[in-house]
Design a protein around this ligand. Sequence first.
Ligand code: 13P
Length: 231
Amino acid sequence: MLIAGNWKMYKGPAETRAFCATFEPPDGVDVVIAPPYVSLAEAVASGLTVYAQSVHWASAGAYTGEISAPMLLEVGAAGAIVGHSERRQYFGETDETVARRAFAAAEAGLGVIACVGESEEERESGQTELVLRVQVEAIKDAVGTHELLVLAYEPVWAIGTGRTATPELAQEAHAFIKSLLPRPVLYGGSVKPDNAAELLAEPDVDGALVGGASLEPDSFAAICRAASSRS
Ligand code: 13P
């Protein structure tokens, strides 16, 4: 079981230090936090496992605003999220760029959490499997079943909305994703301490990618405990 906290654009170094001073992950579960780039070093210093929220495919070059895999390794990050729906929606990330980022990160020895998920419109028009297939196959073509690759199913309509997928719906999507690419699949989208256990009880839900509820040490620890008691 892997529980990852995606902090998005929250917590600079001082708030990161304060979080790490109080957060106590339980035993029996792999826990990752993914703070903004400027807080990576602070998070690494706490001894927690730390991922970045994206990574570029080149190791260096004229790519203003980007960060490379060797740079992340140098500061002690252990991996990176790629293809989050907010990157796809607001920053022009495509299946091709997600695949390139995932490949470069895994090649460099970073863990990868590659995100996929359908929008509300796509689900309502019956396109969920088609959308997931296209997104997953792009990642599969680039990375294959690399042992450093984990997928995250994040239905866009469940992110930051309080509308969690039902455990049955998550299970169905996870099983479909694994039929295409047999790697662990995390669920993301309004995971909270009170719904984590039922989601994590599904056989193909291998962990969680948590946004809002990962920002408070207590709620994030409660979600980690739910995972630790399942595994
Ligand atoms: P919330 O948990 O805030 O819905 O965010 C989910 C997410 O996007 C994690 O990457």
